[in-house]
Design a protein around this ligand. Structure first.
Ligand code: NI
Length: 177
């Protein structure tokens, strides 16, 4: 079991576009296992993208059954949204955006194609929460966070609050006698 550290905003690595996986080798299988360990180890974690754990490749996974045990894990390599329709607004949070949740507008239904961990091409048609998670995780691979979808005012308020929190943490951690 290897739980990976999750990068958090404002880490600039989260802003980079990740590169497609060209060879599903042992290293990629290990990364997938580690990502699964990380999701099930993290309270309220239902989805994860590989660049959130510092790997600049295109892998996402999610399990919206919201259990702490592997239940219904979907792993997708090089995922791509090929169709989306409808509109759904849902309050989102993210393992990489600490202490914040906000309403985000997404497509209500999406069709996504990608490759499974055995290398087989797959097409998923999802709606509701699964569709939201797919869009959220694929955004990650393109360097986009859910806070990019909210108003500038809300985003600035969050940035200010986070800055204060991080400064406070830095101050208290420097007080070592
Ligand atoms: Ni996220």
């Amino acid at each position: 079991m290897a739980v990976r550290r999750i990068l958090t905003y404002p880490d600039t690595f989260l802003r980079e576009r990740s590169e497609p996986v060209t060879n599903i080798d042992g290293k990629i299988q290990q990364l997938i296992n580690d990502m699964a360990d990380t999701i099930y180890h993290t309270p309220n974690g239902i989805g994860l993208a590989s660049n959130q754990v510092g790997e600049p490749c295109r892998i996402i996974m999610f399990d919206t059954s919201a259990k702490d045990e592997p239940n219904d894990l979907v792993v997708l390599i090089n995922p791509e949204i090929i169709e989306g329709d409808g509109l759904i607004v849902n309050e989102e949070g993210c393992l990489s955006v600490i202490d914040y949740r906000a309403d985000v507008k997404r497509s209500e239904r999406v069709t996504v194609k990608g490759i499974d961990r055995e290398g087989n091409p797959i097409t998923l048609k999802k709606e509701g929460l699964d569709a939201i998670v797919l869009q959220h995780e694929i955004d990650h691979l393109n360097g986009i966070l859910f806070i990019d979808h909210i108003s500038k005012l809300k985003r600035e308020l969050y940035k200010r609050r986070l800055k204060k929190k991080l400064l406070k943490e830095r101050d208290s951690s420097s007080q070592r006698l």
